[in-house]
Design a protein around this ligand. Structure first.
Ligand code: ARG
Length: 574
């Protein structure tokens, strides 16, 4: 349990002893470090509740406090400022060196399914998919650290126009393949297609279909056949999806995004019949389609009915999301399902969630939530594009960052070591930049700024970590123990570490990683300040040096855990 929580529990008892009933007392971090490190602000509320003078109440509380605080003072109308007793601070730090859980608070454990990633088969991952992957993965890791059971599902977009596009392109280039021979009687072989061919086929077909109405009709026809399960098209498409999945997985692996489930729109089809049985009583016909009304009386904006089945009887994106919800309830029985998906799908998810609750596909006590994110823009403030105005592929963005970073790495000889460092730096650069802005805000992607070794950047954090690591490698102490505080900066670092629990709690409540990024930057800055002030390696006094090194272990271990939440790996050297 964290220091803050322990202390709040203690304070609740103190207030009871003083004769006050209160649900919770908050130990706030002080903004005025000259007055104290923490502040207890409940006297004002109690004064209202009990009709007493707040300063008198504050004094009463202070009189009941034990020696865990020092330099206690009452400011203004009744703010109680306190500093942490050195012995308590040192003990807390010491027990946290190898035990991260001593710095944080677990939450009431839940089962959560997180739907993130959302790549589309046969199409390249583009920059728009990156935030979902990064934010989703990190929210998942944060939820796990806080004690939840979490299942991440990529929800692959493996049905749709892409199937028709790719297969029609194969037909055009290799018309003699048996799949296209109406008189073929044998068994269809597995379709051979390379990732390179695949990368080329979709954009080529897509451009051709734009120009040519007949081609578009063919694409529609094949897409419909795949959706209806007609052979050999369905099997061909499944073979294509496999190849595509492997490619997609490589990029996700590079970004340290690991999905527990690789389900998708196609696998949800197995649940469509059961789902429709549940939805049936709420569906009605409208212009040939089957829809569900989801508007509510107090809606401020119009929420149109959700189309569940198209007028040609086919399933759509929504049908598959509803079927996926059904399967998740059946297979995972979650308390919550989070969708880390682009803000532009907000209305759509509102409709799907309402239809789910209305039809009791999902009970009221299960929380369906759309945790959307803002757009990553280019320097012109518009969605990031290539020079010729096309959609920027995620792999191309990663290469651009890597190239920028490699300019700064010329002291290294080319080789596997340099490659590994560059990989880790690239991931740190892109992830830190992507997770630092509040989840819902748009931000401008500035490669130069984000790949700098100075400022609030991934490289700065990694550089600091490597610096700590190299000191730890140089100095060998036989007794890792924090038993005193040797400088003001060291004290500030420890107080900062006490505040970690709040940072994680806030991040989790607001579903944003921004607070953790800021926090890491602050800890690293404090450490670098300390590094400038003390010659750690050459410290003559053994017991002081011992304390320094022990603190470095604490910082290193704690920051590694936080970086692990951000899915950023630290190189050993740089
Ligand atoms: N594949 C979709 C897209 O690229 C995102 C999927 C989001 N998840 C979901 N359950 N609908 O827009």
């Amino acid at each position: 349990m964290s220091y803050i929580k322990e202390t709040e529990e203690y304070l609740k008892n103190v207030l009871k002893d003083c004769g006050y009933e209160i649900d919770n007392v908050v130990l706030e971090s002080s903004q005025r470090r000259d007055l104290g490190e923490f502040q207890i602000n409940c006297a004002m509320n109690l004064a209202k509740q009990y009709g007493k003078n707040p300063r008198k109440i504050a004094q009463d509380i202070v009189d009941h406090l034990d020696d865990r605080f020092v330099d206690i003072n009452i400011a203004g109308p009744g703010f109680i400022n306190v500093k942490v007793n050195e012995k308590n601070l040192v003990n807390k730090m010491n027990e946290s060196i190898n035990d991260f859980d001593k710095l944080i608070d677990k939450c009431e454990p839940k089962t959560i399914v997180i739907d993130y990633g959302g790549a589309n088969a046969a199409k390249a991952l583009h920059v728009g998919h990156m935030r979902s992957a990064n934010i989703g993965e990190s929210l998942k890791r944060l939820a796990v650290v806080l004690g939840n059971k979490v299942i991440g599902d990529v929800h692959l977009g493996d049905l749709g126009r892409q199937s028709g596009m790719v297969i029609s392109e194969i037909k055009k280039r290799k018309p003699d393949l048996c799949y296209f021979d109406p008189n073929y009687k044998g068994e269809y072989p597995k379709l051979e297609i390379t990732p390179e061919e695949l990368a080329d086929y979709y954009p080529t077909a897509s451009a051709a279909a734009k120009e040519d109405e007949n081609r578009l009709e063919e694409v529609r026809q094949i897409t419909a056949w795949v959706d209806e399960g007609k052979e050999p098209y369905l099997s061909m498409w499944k073979d294509i999806v496999e190849v595509s999945k492997n490619e997609i997985k490589k990029t996700y692996d590079f970004l340290n995004c690991n999905f527990e489930l690789w389900e998708g729109e196609m696998s949800s089809l197995n649940y469509v019949d059961d789902t429709l049985k549940i939805l049936k009583p709420f569906m009605y016909e409208s212009e040939g389609a089957q829809v569900i009304d989801v508007a509510k009386e107090d809606d401020k904006i119009e929420i149109p009915p959700l189309i569940v089945i198209k007028n040609d009887g086919a399933t759509i994106y929504a049908t598959r999301d509803l079927a996926t919800i059904y399967s998740r309830m059946k297979n995972n029985n979650p308390d919550e399902i989070w969708y880390v998906v682009d803000a532009r799908q907000g209305m759509y998810f509102e409709q799907v969630f309402r239809a789910s609750y209305k039809s009791k596909l999902v009970p009221e006590n299960v929380n369906l939530a759309h945790y959307y994110f803002g757009t990553m823009n280019g320097k012109d403030g518009k969605p990031f594009k290539t020079r010729d105005g096309g959609v920027l592929q995620l792999n191309d963005l990663l290469s651009m960052i890597r190239e920028e970073l490699s300019k700064k790495m010329d002291k290294y000889e080319d080789g596997s070591e340099k490659e590994e460092i560059l990989d880790k730096l690239t991931v740190a650069t892109v992830k830190f930049a992507d997770l630092l802005p509040f989840r819902t805000t748009d931000y401008i992607f500035d490669i130069e700024k984000f790949s700098s070794f100075e400022g609030k950047t991934g490289p700065y954090i990694l550089y600091t970590m490597v610096r700590i690591n190299s000191i730890l490698e140089k100095t060998n102490i036989n007794n890792i123990k924090i038993d005193k505080i040797c400088s003001e900066t060291q004290r500030s670092i420890y107080i900062k570490l006490l505040e970690l629990s709040r940072t994680l709690e806030k991040s989790y409540n607001e579903k944003t990683l921004s607070y953790i990024c800021d926090y890491l930057f602050e800890v690293c800055s404090l450490f670098n300040k300390f590094y400038g002030e003390c010659n750690i390696v050459n410290e003559k006094d053994e017991s002081i040096k011992n304390n320094y090194i022990s603190m470095l272990h604490l910082i290193y271990n704690t920051c590694t855990k936080l970086l692990d939440i951000l899915a950023i790996k630290v190189p050993n050297k740089m």
